[in-house]
Design a protein around this ligand. Structure first.
Ligand code: ADP
Ligand code: MG
Length: 260
């Protein structure tokens, strides 16, 4: 099937996600265009991380459909559910398209920076060691850590570890990058270096990004669109100028007043 020129790379259709009796996303509809930079903002517990985790196949959903770059992740099919094997293959396919950077960097503690980056390309993409390490060196250059190839996570600052984590996500050449509050666990003095890397990536515009952040300055600068969530619903969305300068909804206004 030939893609339509504007067909979205990510689609949530009427997605409901519950944890036990608690509804965390309620009939969520969201489309993201290829190469769009989308920022999710909203109070703690509004469902932002859950949206990213669903895309990373870390959470299932109770109803609705999610598609990622043509792969149906969750489809409200009724009886013709996928076999377990087909579902596992689909999960693998999606994980190759989507890279995620978390608040806690989650580097492998017993591996050097270089090996942290090269490991998945060798194991999952089956690159030769030479090729994987060459690419890992390039990526360390990209995030400004060429001199830290052989350092272990414990020898790196939080900001440096997070830059390695970004390089590690990029090593899989994902089409979609997810950033979940990637600066929240950092010392204030290392936040800037991580923000610079994200800014540079966004400028190059070769990925679709979904970002959750409290840095409204960054959101304003790099987002094509900002969605304000509350209680598992998108309350308001628009360009950064619309949302930050003239929000229409009172709850958006109250949220922004409280954090800005
Ligand atoms: P946000 O990222 O916007 O702060 P989350 O997506 O992490 O919000 O969480 C949304 C809601 O889902 C919260 O009420 C949270 O307590 C709940 N939640 C998240 N993960 C789990 C889980 N594994 N089990 C139970 N409840 C969860
Ligand atoms: Mg969160």
């Amino acid at each position: 099937m030939v893609d339509q020129p504007h067909s979205p790379i990510i689609t949530f259709r009427e997605v409901t996600k519950k944890f036990g009796d608690v509804t965390v996303l309620e009939r969520l509809n969201l489309e993201v265009a290829p190469n769009e930079n989308l920022t999710l903002i909203g109070p703690s517990g509004s469902g932002k991380s859950t949206i990213l985790r669903i895309l990373m196949t870390l959470e299932n959903v109770q109803a609705g459909a999610v598609t990622v770059d043509g792969e149906a992740l969750w489809v409200d099919h009724g009886p013709d559910k996928l076999s377990e094997q087909a579902a596992a293959a689909q999960t693998r396919a999606i994980r190759r398209k989507v890279g995620m950077v978390f608040q806690s960097f989650n580097l492998f503690p017993h591996m050097s920076a270089l090996r942290n980056i090269a490991e998945a390309p060798i194991r999952v993409l089956r690159l030769s060691k030479d090729e994987a390490y060459d690419r890992a060196i390039e990526l360390l250059n990209l995030v400004g850590l060429a001199d830290k190839q052989n350092s272990f996570p414990i020898q790196l600052s939080g900001g440096q570890q997070q830059r390695v984590a970004i390089a590690r996500a990029l090593a899989m050449r994902p089409k979609i990058l997810l950033f979940d509050e990637v600066t929240s666990a950092l010392d204030p003095e290392t936040v800037g270096e991580v923000l610079s890397v994200i800014r540079a990536l966004a400028r190059e515009h070769q990925f679709t990004t979904l970002m959750v952040t409290h840095h409204m300055g960054l959101a304003r600068e790099i987002s094509d669109r900002v969605c304000f969530l509350e209680g598992g619903r998108i309350i308001e969305q628009g360009s950064p100028a619309q949302i930050f300068e003239s929000p229409a909804n009172n709850r958006t206004k109250a949220f922004l007043r409280a954090i800005l």
